[in-house]
Design a protein around this ligand. Structure first.
Ligand SMILES: *[C@@H]1O[C@H](CO)[C@@H](O)[C@H](O)[C@H]1NC(C)=O
Ligand SMILES: *[C@@H]1O[C@H](CO)[C@@H](O)[C@H](O)[C@H]1NC(C)=O
Length: 310
């Protein structure tokens, strides 16, 4: 091969710059799995959409384990303004023992961020933690956010699908390892698992919104089910509506009720159980503190002369 002429160097220069940009840029899911497109309408927000996992702080729920039996995406639906709560929830996940032989990724899920202050702070949060997903929807609780989440996930994570997709909230303490043990022996398809809610004589027509899992095929079905939109079935109590979609379509037939291991924390905070999969109604710091104490998260602190806790 003859050495490149000065002209070909010139031609290569723009290519080199492009390559450099790609190499210097942390691997962003936004470029590979379509979220960029999702948020493209909101110019400038695509970079916030799915941040690359922060190099310095690998998620403890992604242990370097060979060959996981299955994978689970946990989406915690939250809002930009709930920064303090998110900080607590993030620690709650980070300080858990990792699930054995399972790939579990926890992501905080937002609708479009319109306020410029929120957008800047969330961009920084996304850079730091790399666990943020911003969907193309208006921030809401019962106005289609769950639909936006479940229907976007198959496309957003197309390049590296999960076996299961979970929706949960920022007032739920989820014990990932306990959930993983529940999932390990289950089917990987047509699954709908959570706190089964009894209604109209049926044992579990839907799973309570504190946290439920569907298999990837169910999420993919939701993404393509125009009938849900045609019936305006994205509006209304989100957990009940998910049950309705699946019931009408005969989906999610592998239903598993994790009561009593999933439950609401009582007013007196006296019903924690050692075999908890998820405890809900952690609506203030006092209740989170009680959960951290009960589950021995506080007990893990190293002795030190620098503090006297707890
Ligand atoms: C869905 O909502 C739209 C807007 O509110 C309304 O025009 C339409 O009639 C509704 N469709 C059904 C099937 O209820
Ligand atoms: C917390 O630690 C105590 C003392 O070691 C133990 O008895 C208890 O079972 C632990 N609680 C949980 C939920 O693991």
């Amino acid at each position: 091969m003859k050495p490149p002429t000065p002209t070909s160097y010139l031609l290569l220069a723009p290519l080199a710059i492009i390559l450099l940009v790609f190499v210097l840029r942390p691997p962003s899911r936004a470029s590979s799995d379509g979220l960029g497109a999702l948020c493209a309408r909101r110019a400038g927000f695509a970079d916030v959409a799915v941040a690359p996992p922060a190099e310095a702080s690998p998620s403890p729920s992604e242990p370097a384990q060979p060959e996981p039996d299955f994978s689970l995406l946990v989406g915690v639906l939250t809002m930009p303004s709930r920064r303090e709560r998110r900080d607590i929830v993030r620690m709650a996940y980070a300080l858990q023992p990792p699930a054995a032989r399972a790939r579990v990724d926890v992501r905080f899920v937002f609708c479009s961020v319109t306020d410029p202050v929120d957008a800047a702070l969330l961009a920084v949060e996304a850079r730091r933690h790399g666990d943020v997903v911003v969907l193309d929807c208006a921030e809401n609780m019962n106005d289609g956010k769950t639909y936006a989440y479940l229907s976007s996930v198959p496309r957003l994570f197309e390049s590296r699908p999960y076996d299961y997709v979970m929706k949960t909230d920022d007032d739920t303490y989820l014990r990932v390892a306990a959930l993983a043990e529940e999932l390990r022996g289950r089917p990987r398809e047509d699954v709908y698992l959570g706190y089964g809610y009894a209604m109209g004589g049926q044992p579990m027509p839907f799973m309570h919104g504190m946290g439920y899992v569907v298999s990837w095929d169910v999420a993919s079905w939701v993404a393509g089910a125009d009938e849900i939109l045609a019936r305006n079935d994205t509006l209304g109590p989100e957990d009940l509506m998910v049950g309705k979609w699946l019931n009408l379509a005969g989906r999610g037939r592998n239903r598993y009720d994790l009561k009593p291991r999933m439950y609401d924390l009582s007013w007196d905070m006296d019903n924690f159980r050692p075999d908890t999969v998820a405890v809900h109604m952690l609506k203030d710091n006092r209740r989170w503190a009680a959960a951290f104490r009960y589950f021995n998260v506080t007990a893990g602190i190293e002795p030190s002369d620098l503090y006297h806790l707890p």
